[in-house]
Design a protein around this ligand. Structure first.
Ligand code: ATP
Ligand code: MG
Ligand code: MG
Ligand code: MG
Length: 472
């Protein structure tokens, strides 16, 4: 069995052997890019290189990149725990060509890595291409010998990749693996590209970077066609470790095992295991986001972190974890990933303190809020109503610190919806009031006590490298 660390290393050294420079992951907080909430792909740190605004002393790079997709254009928060393949935090393995090689070599390298280095069975692999990309259609047949019926044409939604509403983008081609007929879902249309179930597991996306999209949606060609690829480490690990779900790989299963020990409850891979999966996923995001300098708060990135943390805390209650517990799992994440990402090792103590602080604050109100919500739903049920009024959702938000998606999670489990419109209206009113009298949102003094002796060691990595490179 190949460990995740071995896969990561094999990937990076394979591309080094093809003339790529190994570049460290950049921070989850995008450097100097207001268009992006969190780093969501390996190419983010090279955006300006693709756009021709910045030059590097090399034209090929390879990375293992920390990514978070929980907000902004790419938001997978809702899929976490439901699918076997989506996370908030994940690692993306990538190779990049800055105006160097293009489609043919990108396809050849990916195919060689999968079928020769990792020795995946060719007959299980399928590919998708952008609807009118005949060049890719022929290259897959020529270079990889894939029969035409296993090359699927898909539209803009799946096969035209963009990091955000603006920026570098282009048609792409995805490599899928069929996890087997036994995983056929109930949909009559259980086909690659059509069905969203876990049988057809997208492993790797090869983006043929060709355009820059401006604010008006206009596409202009990049100075030179380039390549950007991304493969989720957790997903390829399932294949190499012969398990079905990302949660059963060596990256996540040990976290679940720790929670099993902590609670004395057993994990099951089905519906019952949902809280375990959410906690295992979210604690990784929490660890890495705090390490990269994000603090829980009420706006932007900080609010996403808060939502993730509170969601994990709430799911803890379903496992009868009635005291702060998330901070205790941080060392497990560090032991699993600290070698690949030394910053979390350095910051472990800090990460735990920030996590515990936020957990304690929320636990004060979590119980009361939940009680209120359950009572509210029981009352509505008596009246045969299944919609939670905006006022209640807002009160839970305002007084009990329940992010809307947390209330929604709980409501959904009981078959309830929320009157979102009424909630938003109350929020808007609140925003206007808050603007008039900005109140302190955090007990700043206490937080500073935590922060004073220690700052997170923010890993700038490539940002430093690029400044040096620019001097050339
Ligand atoms: P999917 O269709 O499965 O949602 P995607 O097309 O949105 O994936 P890309 O934007 O193409 O994903 O990202 C490149 C690769 O990163 C994917 O092929 C996959 O291996 C991995 N990946 C994407 N999103 C996630 C996620 N939320 N969790 C784990 N891995 C992911
Ligand atoms: Mg997706
Ligand atoms: Mg996809
Ligand atoms: Mg994709």
């Amino acid at each position: 069995m190949m460990t995740s660390s071995e896969i990561r290393e094999k990937f990076l050294s394979f591309f080094e052997s093809k003339g790529h420079v190994r570049v460290p992951s950049s921070s989850l907080v995008p450097y100097n890019d207001p268009t992006l909430l969190f780093t969501n792909a390996g190419m983010n740190q090279f955006k300006d290189v693709f756009l021709g605004l910045k030059k590097l002393p090399f034209t090929r790079a390879t990375t293992a990149q920390k990514c978070v997709r929980a907000g902004g254009k790419h938001n997978d928060l809702d899929s976490v725990g439901r699918t076997a393949r989506h996370h908030t935090f994940f690692e993306m393995l990538g190779n990049f060509s800055f105006g160097d090689y293009f489609k043919r070599d990108a396809i050849a390298y990916a195919w060689e890595f999968l079928t020769e280095v990792l020795q995946l069975p060719k007959e299980r692999l399928w590919v998708s291409i952008y609807e009118n990309d005949d060049e890719a259609f022929y290259l897959w047949q020529e270079v990889a010998n894939i029969p035409p019926e296993k090359i699927i044409r898909l539209g803009e939604k799946d096969n035209f990749w963009a990091m955000g509403d603006t920026g570098p983008c282009g048609p792409c081609s995805e490599i899928y693996i069929d996890r087997g007929e036994e995983h056929r879902c109930n949909s009559p249309e259980c086909k690659i590209g059509v069905c969203d179930c876990d049988r057809w597991r997208e492993l790797w996306n090869l983006v043929f970077m060709q355009y820059n999209r401006d604010e008006h949606g206009n596409l202009t060609p990049l100075p030179r066609p380039s390549i950007d690829t991304g493969m989720g480490l957790e997903r390829i690990a399932t294949v190499m470790q012969n398990v079905y779900s990302n949660y059963d790989t060596d990256l996540l299963r040990p976290i679940i095992a720790f929670v099993e020990n902590m609670t004395g409850k057993k994990y099951y891979g089905d519906e019952r295991g949902f809280p375990f999966r959410v906690i295992a996923d979210h604690i990784r995001a929490i660890t890495f986001l705090i390490s990269d300098g994000v603090l829980p708060g009420n706006e932007g990135r900080s609010y996403v972190l808060r939502r993730i943390l509170r969601r994990a805390a709430r799911f803890g209650k379903e496992l009868d974890l009635n005291r702060p517990f998330l901070y205790k799992i941080v060392p497990v994440v560090v032991s699993l990933m600290g070698d690949a990402y030394p910053e979390i090792k350095k910051n472990q103590d800090y990460i735990q303190r920030v996590t515990k602080f936020e957990e304690e604050r929320f636990h004060e109100t979590l119980n009361d809020g939940l009680k209120l919500l359950f009572e509210g739903m029981a009352e509505l049920e008596e009246k045969n109503q299944k919609v939670i009024p905006g006022e209640m959702a807002f009160m839970l938000y305002d007084t009990y610190g329940f992010p809307l998606d947390l209330t929604e999670d709980v409501a959904r489990e009981k078959g309830f919806n929320i009157d979102r419109e009424a909630f938003e209206e109350l929020m808007e009113r609140q925003r206007k009031k808050a603007k008039a009298a900005r109140k302190e949102e955090y007990p700043v003094n206490e937080l500073y006590e935590i922060l004073a002796p220690m700052e997170p060691t923010i890993f700038v990595g490539y940002d430093c490298l690029s400044t040096e490179a620019q001097v050339e």
